[in-house]
Ligand binder design. Structure first.
Ligand code: GTP
Length: 416
């Protein structure tokens, strides 16, 4: 049991418009952290998981997007969860540890005993209370959520070697060229406030090194000056975690549940499916029910916004989420899709493995489809905002940028 004096805060790193470029064209309209997965903004999933943390005082979102982009969401989610959620804007990117350090006074305002730090673009079940318990047992400065992945895919992430008995992190390398371990960093952490001392020490050591080089060698003058200019840019993985491995301060908590990184639109479709299936256990009221004769036919996990109009003869699912004010016509078939706000899908059209952008329309008997290879560049079909696919046109494995009208069929194309 957590003692009543202990307070916990959570920080979610949301990045900014220069990050998440692989998410285009969907990030052209909306900051990537607000893109809907299973009908809820991407950051809604970690935020609602934070609600389960005992004695949670506050949630901070740190990023370098404009404040107004998050204002509406932050106020509505604060009311909904009855936990203060605050957006803190960096004037420029400070890196994942630098961003946290920059706002240390805010984060420490509630005098927390523990600080959760979450990357906004991970999709998992966020076992946060369980992590906190494990962290307290270990008695270290930080605990990292980790997962085992295939040896072939491990090098896309931070690889860790942990002591099998104590779970201490013995070695940490970010995206190594040669295989180190199949245990990877999930981008979800819990720290004691000592994390700020660790970041400060790293900044000071870097400054000392730069000053030393400047005094001892002209050759280093240029690079040392550059290092000083970027002294407040600190990455959590390379600059902080890696040097702390093997020092009995970092530990791991392994999840055997699902975990994915949401870097591309294809992965958002996969993660939408994972969150929809999680709703069965956590928020079944958000899933569309089958069996009602006044309703469309629902197959598997489907989310339909209450303002969307779906014709009774349409067949929807599995893995479909339909956002506000969408209109789905008679005889439409949707499988594995994200349908965004104000979309119109006319009679007898089909969309499979596709993301249909805001205000787009798909004509009668048209077909919009992808193979469903979520990690391939053209593995799904994406229609940007206000794209019109005319009647009977077929669009396969393609990306269509905003405001285009397609009156001929296309396959494996990027329409600029
Ligand atoms: P890639 O480098 O893109 O492969 O992914 P990564 O997730 O390992 O990247 P990174 O360590 O850069 O980002 C981790 C998390 O921190 C993501 O949620 C980013 O949006 C966020 N992030 C990265 N840099 C900054 C920063 O300067 N400021 C803020 N506020 N967030 C950041």
């Amino acid at each position: 049991m957590a003692s009543s004096q202990e307070r916990v805060v959570a920080v979610i790193l949301v990045g900014g418009p220069t990050k998440g470029t692989r998410f285009r064209p969907l990030s052209l309209n909306v900051p990537k952290p607000l893109f809907p997965l299973a009908g809820q903004p991407m950051i809604h999933h970690p935020i609602s998981a934070c609600k389960r943390i005992p004695n949670l005082a506050q949630i901070y979102l740190i990023g370098f997007y404009e404040e107004r982009e998050f204002a509406l969401y932050v106020s509505s989610i604060s009311n909904e969860l009855r936990i203060p959620v605050r957006y803190l804007k960096e004037d420029k990117p400070h890196g994942s540890a630098g961003g946290l350090y920059n706002f240390r006074d805010y984060v420490m305002e509630d005098n927390p005993s523990h600080i959760f730090l979450l990357n906004c673009d991970v999709c998992c079940s966020f076992p946060l209370p369980e992590m906190l318990e494990a962290h307290k047992r270990y008695g270290g400065m930080g605990t990292i959520l980790v997962i085992k992945v295939s040896a072939e895919s491990a090098n896309q992430f931070g690889e860790l070697v942990a002591d099998p008995i104590t779970n201490e992190v013995l070695h940490y390398t970010e995206k190594p060229e040669t295989f180190v371990s199949d245990l990877i960093n999930c981008g979800v952490y819990v720290f004691t406030p000592d994390i700020f001392t660790a970041i400060q020490d790293a900044i000071m050591q870097r400054n000392d090194r730069a000053n030393l080089h400047r005094e001892t060698s002209f050759e280093f003058l240029q690079s040392a000056t550059k290092a000083l200019l970027h002294a407040d840019f600190v990455r959590l993985d390379q600059d902080i975690l890696s040097p702390l491995a093997g020092k009995k301060v970092l530990y791991t908590y392994e999840t055997t549940d699902f975990w994915e990184q949401i870097k591309t639109p294809g992965m958002s479709l996969k993660c939408s499916a994972l969150y929809l299936s999680q709703f069965r256990h956590t928020s079944s009221h958000l899933l569309a029910g089958g069996g009602d004769t006044r309703c469309a036919t629902i197959v598997g996990d489907v989310y339909i916004h209450p303002s969307a109009k779906v014709h009774v003869t349409a067949k929807i699912g599995p893995n479909v989420s339909i956002s506000a004010n969408a209109r789905i016509g008679a005889g439409v078939r949707l499988i594995s899709c994200i349908i965004l706000d104000d979309v119109e899908i006319k009679e007898n059209a089909i969309a499979i493995n596709s993301i249909v952008g805001w205000k787009s329309s798909i004509g009668r008997w048209a077909r919009v489809q992808g193979d469903g290879d979520y990690s391939a560049k053209l593995g799904i079909t994406i229609l940007g905002e206000a794209v019109a696919v005319e009647d009977e046109v077929v669009v396969i494995n393609s990306i269509v940028l905003p405001n285009k009208t397609l009156n001929v069929s296309v396959q494996e194309e990027i329409i600029l």
